[in-house]
Design a protein. Structure first.
Length: 144
């Protein structure tokens, strides 16, 4: 994809999708940390920092801004950094703080700041929950 990645702010959410995702429109999520870096989780690497450019491999991409003051977003980013190196498990449910998946990291980071990005989700958070959240605004979205 050729989506314009400029103008992102620390705390923004990035969703990526491959065709035929089994649990929704989007299959992956990351938290933009600034300076071209995204904190995300993968089975083989756990929670780690990646370069934002790898999101170009997705067929569909969505950039979201959390509707909150930057100081709250900065606190969410700071929390997320404390989870770097944690174990990744695809079915990491909302309760608990030992294992994470790509969505639970950012959900918990914002939940600790008083913002529930997935209020309707009972146990597990899909990337689509963020796309549908009343707490975010769409920056850009592109699909091939």
């Amino acid at each position: 994809n050729q989506i314009d990645l400029s103008g992102l702010e620390p705390g923004d959410l990035i969703l990526g999708s491959y065709p035929d995702c089994s649990y929704g429109e989007y299959s992956h999520a990351g938290l933009y940390m600034g300076n071209g870096k995204v904190l995300e989780g993968f089975v083989d690497m756990g929670v780690n920092m990646q370069d934002i450019e790898h999101y170009r491999q997705y067929c569909k991409i969505c950039l979201l801004r959390v509707n909150a003051p930057q100081k709250i977003k900065n606190r969410a980013v700071k929390y997320a950094l404390t989870r770097q190196g944690c174990l990744f498990y695809p079915l990491a449910f909302k309760p608990g703080d030992r294992i994470f998946n790509c969505t639970k990291i950012m959900w918990q980071a914002y939940k600790d700041q008083g913002i529930d990005l997935a209020p309707g989700s009972k146990l597990w958070i899909s990337p689509d929950c963020f796309r549908q959240s009343p707490c975010v605004s769409l920056i850009r979205e592109e699909s091939l």
